[in-house]
Design a protein around this ligand. Structure first.
Ligand SMILES: Cc1ncc(COP(=O)(O)O)c(C=O)c1O
Length: 465
């Protein structure tokens, strides 16, 4: 296994995507349920051929699609160790060290975003789960205040949540899961920098109140998925406070970069959020899957999730034991936090901050390069490490539909080409290409390579259209 891992790390410059079809890949696994065991050596060779050698190169420096960080090697080792000791961090006496270590990781994470000592949180699987958990706590605090904690939303006037049109779909999904319903998500327009329009937000809250609806939450973005925009968080904190609303920040993509000193001003007000969603498998370069919900007041998690069960409440005389299940939706959980703890100790925050800064600088470099080229135009440039742009090739600026169609055709062509992996999105109704630079291995020469490949693919698509 170590040899397989080493070999993978030694070949990070190959095709980013294997290029096979779903039918082909499904055919590799088209086999009956095995009745008896097989040879482990052969099994590893099969894993090498079917899984390792064909894996999309998320860990390589040419991955710019979605938000795909590269993992880091200390955390890879940590995941193996966690599986080997098979701890269940649900109850303190099942995993004493991993429980205390997880609490420490949460407290350190609070320091990243400027939270005080009362803050706490929960390690979760992802940004989506982190949003769901933060909004669950927010909903329950609202229900408590309304004297309806046990009754739930049943029979109430609709409760409404406000977020910009650039907000990630996991917020919408969370409302669905929470029984609040997507209709109660007010999608507030954004300004030219894709930041929420606070005046429009204020008006929407007043309109809903005048209709007898119940505003309960404002979601701010600390790095949107499309462009990395950061909402004016101080204004959102002020407004939420004045209106008595839960203030949740989705920092899944960008929240941890608030620790980069020269970016800190952009995040002013984030430390006033009631809850924050963060994702270590994005900008803390962790292997999937690990995220975190922070809450400004740790006791709120306990009020939401603590339940008694006779078979669990057996060791209550053990003073000071912190049972994570009482602060979490899940009961059984692995000690995921070990990888964050180990990599923070192995590399130190300075190194992580340097890597985030490098990613941000590479985005600026990419935009400078594209600005200087006649066949590209930048659509959004910052403030974090996502750039959106269009290849215009030989088309005249102004032929917007044709430019949009060209860029739409380039996305599958880039995938077929296989040298880099980059996808697109729609901004202001326009098809654009989007690069998210979030791999500690990516360097300036990789950005030059990306632009060269994009130009070659763009020219080839233009010729065939
Ligand atoms: C801003 C934002 N929020 C939430 C998510 C969801 O995170 P995950 O994919 O870890 O569920 C993403 C994912 O890219 C994101 O960028």
């Amino acid at each position: 296994m170590a040899a397989l891992v080493r070999e993978r790390y030694e070949h990070l410059d190959g095709r980013v995507f294997c290029g096979e079809t779903p039918d082909e890949v499904a055919s590799w696994f088209d086999e009956p349920l095995p009745e008896s065991g097989g040879d482990l050596g052969e099994l590893l060779l099969e894993v090498k051929a079917k899984v390792m050698d064909t894996a999309t190169l998320n860990i390589g420096s040419n991955m710019y699609a979605y938000v795909m960080a590269g993992g880091n090697q200390v955390s890879v080792a940590a995941d193996l160790l966690v599986s080997a000791i098979n701890q269940n961090v649900t109850k303190w006496h099942l995993a004493p060290a991993l429980t205390e270590l997880e609490k420490r990781v949460i407290q350190w994470t609070g320091q990243f975003v400027g939270y005080g000592p009362a803050a706490g949180g929960a390690i979760v699987s992802s940004g989506s789960a982190a949003n769901l958990m933060g909004l669950t706590v927010g909903r329950n605090v609202f229900l408590e205040r309304a004297g309806a904690r046990e009754k739930g939303l049943f029979g109430m006037a609709p409760t409404v949540l406000y977020a910009s049109t650039e907000t990630h779909g996991s917020v919408d999904k969370s409302l669905d899961v929470l029984g609040i319903g997507s209709d109660q998500l007010r999608r507030i327009p954004v300004d030219a920098d894709f930041r929420i329009d606070v005046n429009a937000l204020r008006e929407a809250i007043q309109t809903d109140r005048s209709r007898g609806l119940q505003p309960f939450c404002v979601v701010g973005n600390a790095g949107t998925v499309n462009t990395g925009a950061i909402d004016p968080l101080t204004q959102l904190a002020d407004l939420s406070e004045a209106e008595g609303l839960w203030f949740h920040v989705d920092g899944s993509y960008g929240g941890l970069a608030s620790a980069v000193p020269e970016l800190a001003d952009l995040y002013a007000g984030m430390d006033r959020a009631d809850s924050i969603a963060l994702d270590y498998h994005k900008w803390l370069y962790q292997p999937f899957e690990i995220g975190c919900t922070l809450v400004r007041d740790w006791a709120q998690l306990e009020r939401t999730f603590k339940r008694s069960a006779s078979y669990l409440d057996t060791d209550k005389e053990g003073g000071g034991r912190f049972d994570i299940n009482e602060h979490h939706f899940q009961l059984s959980r692995s000690g995921k936090a070990l990888k964050v703890w180990m990599s923070l100790k192995a590399y130190g925050t300075t190194r992580f901050i340097d890597m985030m800064r490098k990613d941000v600088e590479l985005r600026a470099y990419l935009c400078r390069t594209l600005d200087a080229a006649e066949d590209f135009r930048v659509v959004s440039n910052g403030p974090l490490a996502i750039a959106t742009f269009q290849y215009i090739g030989s088309l005249e600026p102004g032929h917007e539909n044709r430019i949009a169609a060209l860029n739409a055709s380039m996305v599958p062509a880039i995938e077929r080409d296989g040298r880099i992996f980059l996808t697109g999105t729609i901004l202001d109704g326009r098809q654009v290409l989007r690069a998210c630079i979030i791999n500690h291995r990516t360097q300036q020469s990789d950005i030059d390579f990306m632009v060269r490949v994009l130009r070659e693919v763009g020219q080839s698509v233009e010729r065939t259209r």
